[in-house]
Write a protein that binds this ligand. Structure first.
Ligand SMILES: [Zn+2]
Length: 353
């Protein structure tokens, strides 16, 4: 009995590290009914054109419907979180099934979860509201107070924060038994998060590419939450458009230069300069505008060809590096690309010896 109480106590602490949702009406989950809803390894590419274009492999791990609800508001935000099972299993904090069990048992959810190797799980369809943010406030969006779930897509990264950030969720002794390599975030997680965000920006022009629209749980609920915390490097989140097929924008009805600049995370002046137009000029529906992106990438030819790999659906730099027994950085350097760059299906990569 006492043992069980200690276990539940510990699990309760773990929940604090994730996304406890106050006033969640769905706290009475039927565990028996959800046990079969385990993580399915049926990997698929998102069924939407943007996803196909970006080629983000996503594992379907949809939570039962009581872990989410119908969405009625427009999505304008993404909220970043961390979660782990470190409070219960400090030596094995990232077992996806254990974390999935936390969501199941407590009626919580997020739309996506990103594992340590960058694997992306879809837990809730974006068309539904996930229970990840709870009570809080963003000063610039006062009407969203305590209602962030309605307006956001929640992304959980499997990660553990600093000792100070975690001490409200577990004992110092437990924290100290966590392997240091399990603390903080992995390169693969940043890569996958950027890929996922790119598809979200594509699907929701109302999610602007900036820090006001991609926020941390700790910014929304600073008194209660420490995730994603100080170990999360926001400078690695790419808000700028890269040089891909999105370099041209076709003006649609109702758009202004300001709106277009916001959409691509650039400025009116930059667009105006790139297109040789006057900022006071009219733009018209159907007009094609150049959207300046990162210069140079992809134009340099590699000097020595040893072997090459043509990117296939589902490939990641990590996967390709593993396959050829090399590293992500070596491939990135050989191809003059950023390790965080997107891979396109059909793209040819030089694989260094
Ligand atoms: Zn959170």
């Amino acid at each position: 009995m006492q043992k069980k109480a200690i276990f539940l106590f510990a699990l309760g602490w773990v929940l604090l590290s994730g996304c406890t949702v106050n006033n969640n009406p769905h706290t009475n989950n039927d565990l028996d009914g959800t046990i079969t809803n385990d993580i399915q390894q049926s990997s698929h590419v998102g069924d939407n054109a943007s996803n196909q274009k970006r080629d983000v492999p996503i594992t379907d791990a949809t939570l039962p419907s009581q872990n989410s609800k119908t969405r009625t508001e427009k999505v304008t935000h993404v909220m970043i979180h961390f979660i782990s099972n470190a409070g219960v299993k400090p030596n094995d904090p990232y077992n996806a099934k254990d974390v999935y069990r936390i969501f199941l048992d407590y009626g919580l959810s997020a739309h996506y979860m990103i594992g340590r190797d960058g694997e992306i799980y879809q837990l809730v369809d974006e068309s539904r509201v996930a229970f990840h943010s709870g009570k809080g406030n963003l000063p610039e969006f006062p009407t969203y107070q305590n209602k962030m779930n309605e307006y956001s897509i929640g992304i959980e990264l499997l990660a553990v924060g600093t000792r100070d950030e975690m001490l409200s969720m577990m004992s110092g002794k437990t924290y100290d038994s966590i392997n240091p390599s399990d603390i903080g975030y992995t390169d693969a997680q940043y890569r996958s998060l950027n890929l996922l965000l790119e598809t979200i920006f594509d699907r929701y022009p109302s999610v602007l590419r900036n820090r006001k629209h991609v926020v941390g749980h700790d910014e929304y609920a600073p008194e209660r939450k420490t995730d994603p915390g100080s170990l999360f490097d926001w400078s690695r989140i790419r808000f700028k458009q890269t040089n891909d097929e999105k370099r041209m924008h076709v003006v649609e009805q109702g758009e202004s230069l300001w709106f277009i600049a916001q959409k691509y995370g650039t400025t009116v002046d930059t667009i105006v300069a790139a297109n040789g137009i006057d900022p006071n000029d009219y733009i018209w529906v159907g007009q094609e505008l150049i959207i300046p992106g990162k210069e140079g990438a992809g134009t340099e030819q590699p000097k020595e060809r040893s072997q090459s790999h043509v990117v296939e659906q589902g490939d990641s730099l990590w996967f390709i590096a593993q396959k050829y027994g090399t590293t992500i950085d070596a491939i990135a350097a050989a191809n003059g690309i950023d390790p965080n760059d997107y891979l396109l299906v059909g793209q040819e990569l030089v694989i260094p010896e």
